[in-house]
Design a protein around this ligand. Structure first.
Ligand SMILES: [Zn+2]
Length: 139
């Protein structure tokens, strides 16, 4: 992993801005996670992200995505199980960094990238540049 060379006086305000910039997605992910906790799910905080798993979160990932073991919303990672969160941790952290860079634009950019891949006859998920970056940095 590349070492951050910015001084703390610059790094911390930038991190705060990144957290604020991604916060609408974090709020949505948190709401989903809290609903999941009401149906038996659990939460933990690790490496700068809230991680929800089990209960309604597991059900939602199975029903909505069909295949995803985990999914990131801002600084929230939703996982089917705690093991799934462990296995996907690095990949999902790449998505957290993408939310920090793209903020509100991340959702539209991700969907447009998937649509563009589909329109070109490629795979909307695996060929999406955001997923390619995540799989390259954390296979
Ligand atoms: Zn991914």
């Amino acid at each position: 992993m590349r070492k951050n060379r910015l001084p703390a006086l610059v790094r911390w305000p930038l991190k705060a801005l990144a957290i604020i910039w991604a916060s609408p997605y974090t709020l949505f992910g948190s709401l989903v996670g809290v609903v999941g906790m009401c149906s038996g799910g659990k939460v933990r905080f690790r490496d700068g992200a809230l991680e929800f798993h089990g209960g309604g979160v597991e059900w939602l990932l199975a029903k909505v995505t069909g295949f995803a073991s985990a999914m990131t919303w801002g600084h929230v990672i939703l996982g089917r199980t705690d093991t799934a969160l462990d296995l996907c941790a690095e990949h999902e952290r790449v998505h957290v960094r993408q939310y920090e860079r793209w903020g509100l634009l991340f959702g539209p950019a991700y969907l447009l990238a998937s649509a563009w891949m589909w329109a070109r006859g490629k795979r909307p998920y695996r060929d999406n540049p955001f997923e390619r970056e995540a799989y390259e940095k954390a296979p």
